[in-house]
Ligand binder design. Sequence first.
Ligand code: NAD
Length: 307
Amino acid sequence: MTRHIRKAAVIGAGVMGSGIAAHLANAGVPVLLLDMVPKDVEGNGGGAATVTKAKSRNALVDSAIAKLKKQKPAPLATKSTISLIETGNLEDDFDKLGEVDWIIEVIVENLDAKKALFTRIDAVRKPGTIVTSNTSGISIKAMAEGRSEDFKRHFLGTHFFNPPRYLKLLEVIPTEETDVEVVSFVRDYVENTLGKGVVEAKDTPNFIANRIGTYGLLVTVHEMVKKGYSVGEVDSVTGPLIGRPKSATFRTLDVVGLDTFLHVAKNVYDETTGDEQAMFDPPTFMKEMAKKGWIGAKSGQGFYLKK
Ligand code: NAD
């Protein structure tokens, strides 16, 4: 069968979803970008904590679009690229998912939330529509549990890296039930249309890059707590001194989002025991910061203040 991605949808307009939507638009693909209706919009019970005093039902996506226009390095290839991104919310615009050829889930790193969304998607998607998850490491098979046969055959992980326009790697994670034709199409499409280098990963907690990356970061942070180093000291040794001017330990966490990082560490914590598990248990100070909402650039306060 010949497939075409005439239009895609990205669900979740946070750090990654907005960047992935921009990257698709850069490649000339029209995109529908949806997020929840913020909880402080009158008469609505859902929503995320990151936007307060929302003025409209599309406020989460609107604020993501405003950020895309200002962010550096620029997620959008040109100013007019934004016109390829149609915005909406998960209550009023959900049925529009029936019109697209590829749906990319990019919501909070939580199995129950993702499963609830896939149940809704299964009911509106047209048969044959590819559905992928940008999860950092939740089991792809577990997310597909309970879904229709057609959904399972067209479902896999497509793990983009942050920032999506600039980082070349993309992990593709099929399950045993994903059609070989779908995996091959997605690989070819992301390589040739989206300009990515693809690595196929097994459906194990945190796949490849995050299994290694989360471990390395937590080794550093546990050692810092033991030895009493400061955030600045750790960043200078794990950043400029080893030739990574912008991606030192805590600066990376501010870009990723500490809330997301804690969820990603938990993906492996839940599947391990003993010393290995202890390594994936982040120190208390990180959990305390997340509770206060000091989660990085997206909230304005992380290990560093957003300038
Ligand atoms: P984020 O917190 O910036 O955005 C998450 C979005 O999900 C928010 O806009 C929020 O409104 C929405 N959301 C929250 N709960 C929801 C629900 N119950 N139903 C529908 N929408 C809901 O997170 P992010 O960093 O963009 O991460 C999104 C996904 O991408 C996660 O699975 C994460 O592991 C993965 N990821 C993140 C990074 C990174 O560097 N941050 C990199 C690669 C992959």
